[in-house]
Design a protein around this ligand. Structure first.
Ligand SMILES: [Zn+2]
Length: 389
């Protein structure tokens, strides 16, 4: 079955195509051209009028949403999260753990591995598209007790390859990302081993000075987790980890652009430092996202949610941000265009995470996972595997 999608504009996202013709067959993009250079093809054509076609958003740091906690969810609950995410333009995500007991972490990783394997074989959820879980992000247990945020101190561990391997085995090799504090004893070895297994090692939840952060990058880290949050603050005479994160063009970094975790002018500073090629948007969203105020679970942590703020014992505990709002916020907090903001939620996270080029981009050979956006960046429709229109 061949379907051609068209609209006013398309973001690849490195380029903008006017009057695009996006040809989809069997869940893949087989051709991308412009109406000005090609005739309207035969077969069925879906015209989205004034809208913009953009790659599906890729959230590499998300703990839950729609009342579903990624660590606690059973296999039949995760599709509810996938449907919720797709309504906000997300087509792929990394369910993200928090520090918890080894037993419950391993049990969660086994369930998530089941979900990832099921999603890779079961298609897109038919006419009710669901964002796919495509890998696990381990946020913990290798975090600094001094910058742990709400991660319970009793579950933080000093990194060893044996512990990392136990987590890796429980997840059946589906760990694609790991946040680790580079300055804690044992971190360097584990960073090197994880990088060897093609995990995107991300420095964060860290009190590191600049030198320790640089050693982490030398050992194999290539990304940074929620820049500014749970990090030693930037000082102009003692740059610390942030000096490395913001200044080193060899690494990518992400930020929570909800206007609560980082103030809008500092989000702008972040975007200017990392640039359109290296800035990544994440949500760090928890199960409360899309739900009323109240009390929610984040792994083993109880979180109070009020007026868009998630807290536990006075510390920020994730967000209720959705990726479509993060993208729109970036266009308001900075002078970035919608296309640049979209890039930070699509191609950049896919590249940072080392996911092959079939995600995060609209080009021949890529998955037909895309969003239909209004010119203001509102999600009108999400297509996954060429379905859902
Ligand atoms: Zn998180």
């Amino acid at each position: 079955m061949k379907t051609t999608f068209t609209a006013r504009r398309l973001f690849t996202p490195t380029e903008e195509v006017f009057d695009p013709l996006l040809v989809v067959e069997d869940g893949r993009i087989t051709n991308l051209s412009s109406r000005s250079s090609g005739e309207l093809p035969q077969g069925s054509v879906v015209d989205f009028g004034d809208a913009i076609l953009a790659p599906g958003y890729f959230d590499i740091h998300i703990h839950g949403g729609a009342g579903v906690d990624a660590m606690r969810a059973s296999a039949d609950e995760l599709p509810r999260l996938g449907k919720f995410l797709s309504a906000h333009g997300v087509t792929a995500y990394f369910p993200t753990t928090v520090a918890a007991s080894m037993d419950s972490t391993c049990a969660a990783l086994e369930r998530l591995a089941d979900a990832i394997e099921a999603a890779s074989t079961s298609g897109s959820g038919g006419d009710h598209p669901q964002a796919r879980p495509v890998g696990v992000h381990l946020e913990g247990p290798f975090l600094s007790p001094r910058r742990r945020g709400v991660h319970p101190p009793e579950y933080l561990l000093e990194p060893t390859i044996a512990i990392f391997d136990k987590l890796w085995q429980a997840a059946r090799g589906h760990v694609r990302m790991m946040t680790i504090a580079p300055e804690i004893p044992g971190a360097m070895e584990v960073i090197a081993e994880a990088a060897r297994r093609n995990v995107c090692v991300s420095i964060g939840h860290s009190d590191a000075d600049m030198q320790a952060a640089q050693l982490g990058v030398k050992a194999g880290a290539r990304h940074a987790t929620h820049t500014f949050n749970a990090m030693h603050p930037l000082d102009h005479r003692e740059p610390g980890i942030l000096g490395e994160v913001l200044g080193d063009d060899a690494i990518t970094a992400d930020v929570i652009a909800d206007g609560i975790h980082v103030s809008p002018p500092v989000v702008k500073v972040f975007l200017q430092s990392k640039g359109t090629e290296r800035a990544v948007l994440i949500t760090d969203a928890i199960s409360a996202t899309g739900m009323p105020d109240g009390t929610y679970q984040l792994g083993p942590i109880q979180v109070e949610v009020r007026d868009g703020r998630c807290t536990s014992n006075g510390s920020l505990a994730g967000s209720v941000l959705t990726m479509d709002r993060a993208v729109r916020n970036v266009t308001q907090f900075s002078n970035w265009s919608l296309r640049q903001a979209v890039r930070a939620a699509t191609l950049n996270p896919a590249r940072a995470a080392g996911i092959p080029e079939m995600y995060g981009t609209l080009a021949a050979g890529a998955r037909a996972d895309f969003t239909v956006l209004s010119p203001a960046g509102d999600v009108l429709k999400t297509i996954i595997g060429g379905r859902g229109f």
